[in-house]
Design a protein around this ligand. Sequence first.
Ligand SMILES: [Zn+2]
Length: 93
Amino acid sequence: MSTQETDAGRAAHGAVNCEQALGKLFEFLDSELPEADGDRIREHLAYCEPCLAEYDVEEHVRALVRRSCTECAPVELHVRIRESLTVLRAQIT
Ligand SMILES: [Zn+2]
């Protein structure tokens, strides 16, 4: 009975699901989202491990791209970072 109330409460707070969070991830990283939307994404990343991992990868790629001043990260680089992060996580656990 309280399930409906919880869902309504979440909707009222504007909580996003994984699909929405990842869909807006690039805009979020580029600071193109309105503050309210950005907060929702941040909120989701705070408790959603898979999305946070995705965010980590994108941020790493962007940081490297910024440093090397290239237009966009080569797919190869993206894959390499993803692999190294996976290895890193595997070592921790
Ligand atoms: Zn998620």
